[in-house]
Design a protein around this ligand. Sequence first.
Ligand code: SAH
Length: 295
Amino acid sequence: MINSAMNKFPFQFFRKRLNRKIPQAPASNPRHSASMVAKTGQVFIVGAGPGDAELLTIKAWKCLQQADVVLFDWLVDKSVLAEIPRHVKTEFVGKRSGRHSMLQQDICRRLVDMASSGLTVVRLKGGDPAVFARTTEETAALQEANIPFAIVPGITAASGASAYTGIPLTERHCAQSVTLSTAHFKDPEKMPDWQSLAKATQSQTVVMYMGLSRLKDIAEHLSAAGVKSDFPVAVIENACCPHQRVITGCVSDIAEKVNNAKLTGPALLIFGEVVKSRQQVATQLLQQVTHVTGF
Ligand code: SAH
C-alpha cells in the first residue's frame, strides 16, 4: 500500500544489519519453515513524533523495518509512513476526535489477534505514546492476553511545536514548569478545572492538546477564572510539517484570529508568557538536515 522511501532516509548505516535481522512472517515469506517463525508474537507501541519523519527515534525506525504489520492512526504523517518497507503490511485504524473509524476495543482486539498469530506488530501512534494516546487501554489488553510488548517513546507535539516555532516551553523569567493538558475528556460533560489552569498560567506554561474546536470556550473559561485578557496564546497547526501554521494573539482575540485563519488541526494551544519569548528559528535549515548528518 505504501512505498518504501528507504533510500531517502539517512539510516542506510543500519540497513545491512537490519536486513539480516528482520523476522519474516509466513505471509511475507512462505519459503520459511514454520519452525523458524516465533509462536508468540510481540507488539511495539511506537511514537511516530509530530510530523517530520526525521524526528523518529532510531529505535522507532528500526521497529518499522522489523515489523510484520503496522497499525497506525490519523496523526501519523505521510513522511513517517513512507519509512515502512514495502513488504510490511499496514492498516489504518484511524482515530480522530469525534470521527472514530475503529472503536478502541476493536483496535485492542486486532492487536491481540495479530500478535497471537505470531506476528511482530507495530502500533504506531502520533507523537509520544505516553501523552494522550490511550496506550494503557491497549497495553492492558496485551497484558491480559499474555503478549509481550514494549513502548518506544516519540517526540510529543508540545516539544515538536516548541522547536519548530521557537516558542520555549519553560523560560526561567516567567515559566518554571509546563503543564500538558487537554480539554477533551472521555466523558464529554466533564470540564477541566479552570481555576487551577488559570492559576497555573501565572507561573507555568499550559499546553493544551485537542483543544482547537473548543478554543473559544477555553479562552472564555480561562478569562472568567481570572486570566488577563491580554495574556499571550499561540496556536500551532501541523507542527513540524511543511504546512505548519502559527497564530499568536491573546486570550481575548485568539479565537477570532484562529477562526479567520480557518485552522482545521491538528493543533496545539500554548497559553503562557513564553509566547512572547519566541525565538527566530530558521526552520528551513531543518529541511536540509540530511546534508549535514554525515550519514
Ligand atoms: N500522542 C500525541 C498526542 C495525541 S492527542 C503526542 O504526544 O503529541 C491529539 C492531539 O495532539 C491533537 O488534537 C493536537 O492537539 C496534538 N497534536 C498532535 N500532533 C500535532 C501536530 N503535528 N501539530 C499540532 N498539534 C498536534
